[in-house]
Write a protein that binds this ligand. Structure first.
Ligand SMILES: Nc1ncnc2c1ncn2[C@@H]1O[C@H](COP(=O)(O)OP(=O)(O)OP(=O)(O)O)[C@@H](O)[C@H]1O
Ligand SMILES: [Mg+2]
Length: 323
């Protein structure tokens, strides 16, 4: 469905000179530095898959999505989305994809939501029955009844993101690109979004490429992940094997009844100490939180505990260090 082969994107950034007439000299100097945002990546996404596309800030995820949606022209390499080259065949491509950038709305700011949707129906030339059916289903599924007559500027962040996702799906796209759709969204709305995306995927076979910094999104929705770092492909495979390989280190925070001197314990490492609290890290295969709590609790009275699972940033760091 999506084929990315040796894809590269370089940005030419003008060198900024300082001093007298700098602005004018910058204009004519013609000097550039080159930032390689995407550096020779290849992967494919099959029809009906939901693939998580993850990596640190600045890794090149949004740049890749922009090339897949035809907003940016690749410097070299090739991209096809269901056989269409997104940049060269923009019009054909927009008809088959839906795009949501969590950071930025695609909707009209001052126009009531329903009017935005009507405008999209005209622009995309969406068949009347398709439009009706989708709207009638998605509005209640996403809980948009209360905002359908409000302009986007009056919406909360969660409402706005849900409105954007609905908009991206009105024309029944084959492929959905979601770039941080859950950023700043509360847990209740996140659950709505997870259920919604799963259901659309299951029912319509929509292929989804999802970028997020939230491990919960990935665990809920993706069985496969593609990880990039500094524009390079780091990992492409199952989520489970990635977590087993690179997300094996978990942490346990223990708050004691009274201050406790630092101590050593088998199979876990004391990594931080603050007031009555201590943090231990341990390998998934070597220890369990319950085992540790039992053996530590035998020695010192415990007041409270928290188990901290590795997040995407941790996993990506481990991936990077293991190379
Ligand atoms: N228009 C541009 N001009 C110059 N450099 C750019 C441009 N867009 C992105 N970059 C640079 O390319 C790199 C990749 O950016 P990109 O937005 O793709 O990262 P990202 O993986 O989406 O990160 P985040 O998780 O922060 O959203 C960054 O170093 C960024 O500064
Ligand atoms: Mg981004």
């Amino acid at each position: 469905m999506i084929e990315v082969s040796h894809l590269k994107k370089e940005f030419r950034i003008p060198v900024q000179k300082k001093g007298r007439f700098a602005a004018v000299r910058n204009l004519f100097s013609g000097e550039y530095t080159v930032k390689r945002a995407v550096d020779d990546i290849s992967f494919t996404v099959n029809k009906g898959e939901i693939v998580g596309f993850i990596g640190k800030n600045g890794a090149g995820k949004s740049t890749t999505i922009k090339m897949l949606s035809g907003i940016l022209k690749p410097t070299s390499g090739s991209v096809t989305v269901d056989g269409i080259r997104p940049f060269e065949q923009r019009m054909e491509n927009v008809g088959q994809i839906g795009v949501v950038f969590g950071q930025k709305t695609q909707l009209w700011w001052d126009v009531p939501l329903i009017e935005s949707y009507r405008l999209l129906r005209e622009i995309y030339k969406i068949d009347d029955t398709v439009y009706r059916e989708n709207l009638d289903r998605y509005i209640p599924m996403l809980g948009l009844e209360e905002v359908i007559h409000k302009p986007v500027r009056q919406m909360s962040l969660g409402q706005r993101v849900k409105s954007d996702i609905c908009a991206a799906l009105l024309h029944d796209p084959k492929i959905l690109f979601l770039d941080e759709p859950t950023i700043g969204v509360d847990v209740v709305s996140k659950k709505y979004l997870h259920d919604f995306i799963s259901e659309i995927n299951r029912e319509k076979g929509t292929t989804v490429l999802l970028t997020t910094h939230d491990m919960g999104d990935i665990e809920k929705l993706c069985s496969r992940v593609v990880v990039i770092d500094s524009g390079r492909l780091m990992y492409d495979g199952g989520l489970e094997s990635m977590v087993q390989k690179f997300g094996a280190v978990r942490s346990l925070m223990i708050e004691f009844e009274t201050p406790v001197e630092d101590f050593r314990i088998e199979d876990a490492e004391l990594v931080r100490s603050e007031g009555n609290r201590k943090w231990f890290s341990f390998h998934r295969d070597k220890a369990t939180p319950m085992g540790l709590i039992r053996s530590i609790g035998d020695r010192f009275p415990i007041h409270d505990i928290a188990i901290i699972e590795p997040d995407i940033e941790n996993i990506v760091r481990n991936l990077y260090e293991s190379r």
